[in-house]
Ligand binder design. Structure first.
Ligand SMILES: C[S@@+](CC[C@H](N)C(=O)[O-])C[C@H]1O[C@@H](n2cnc3c(N)ncnc32)[C@H](O)[C@@H]1O
Length: 235
């Protein structure tokens, strides 16, 4: 995953409008759960959303990448950040809102993994809490054939270039990210492999059902990737 590239993540994703997305999330949360005050951001990455969400809510986060956890803690110093796997975590705390954004749920890879993650989300939810999951692509909307993507960025520390191809194996989308990083120490090259499960809307709805959650799907969502909004079936 982003193990070797963590410190370049924010520069590479600087095209993403986290401020605007966070404003949309806050406005949605105000409608869905006006009394909410606590948020858990699952697979929080470098906490770019949390930077904005923490102006309205007490925001904690978790991510599997220790370097992201360190960056996130610096960005949102009032939040607690945990290094944990979204499919098997137990934090001993509950929240009004559990978020899983920017398609991070795809990293659960299989439908069984998604159900395990959603069961963990449900266990960390207060009685009237809300879960929001921004999904990865559905199998019919994703096509890897012949696509090559390039991102470049520059920071005071150096320059980074990431080029990737992708492939599909069954219900898995697989990315091969090639990085060239230039700093005062020289030029370094490394590769990262990312695997994300491709799930249909029906499969995702089934997964929510198996995790004792009722769910509504908004096809547009925050960034045109769709959004699942779920609650406990009985509270
Ligand atoms: C596309 S990034 C999104 C990060 C952040 N939410 C954002 O919007 O920038 C996907 C994130 O999922 C995290 N991740 C991948 N697998 C995970 C797992 N099993 N448990 C927790 N986090 C995971 C990665 O480390 C990465 O931070």
């Amino acid at each position: 995953m982003f193990t070797k590239s963590a410190k370049w993540y924010d520069a590479l994703y600087s095209f993403k409008d986290y401020a605007q997305e966070s404003a949309k999330i806050i406005s949605l949360l105000k409608q869905e759960h006006p009394a909410a005050h606590s948020v858990l951001d699952v697979a929080c990455g470098t906490a770019e959303h949390d930077k904005y969400l923490s102006k309205e809510y007490n925001v904690d986060g978790l991510d599997i990448n220790q370097e992201f956890i360190q960056i996130a803690s610096r960005k949102n110093p009032t939040g607690e950040y945990f290094c944990a796997d979204m499919t098997s975590f137990a934090l001993g705390k509950t929240y009004d809102i559990v978020l899983c954004l920017f398609s991070s749920i795809g990293y659960a890879k299989t439908l069984d993994g998604v159900v395990k993650a959603l069961l963990c989300f449900e266990k960390h939810l207060n009685a009237d809490g809300i879960i929001m999951v921004e999904p990865w692509f559905t199998p019919d909307a994703w096509s890897p054939i012949g696509r090559v993507y390039l991102l470049t960025a520059e920071t005071p520390e150096g320059k980074v270039c990431r080029m990737n191809s992708s492939e599909q194996q069954g219900a898995l989308s697989i990315f091969h990210f090639h990085y060239l990083v230039g700093t005062s120490a020289g030029v370094e090259y490394f590769i990262e492999r990312h695997e994300l499960g491709l799930f249909s809307v029906d499969d995702m709805k089934k997964a929510f059902d198996m995790a004792n959650l009722t769910v509504r799907y908004d096809q547009k969502g925050l960034t045109d990737r769709g959004l699942y909004i779920a609650k406990r079936k009985h509270f």
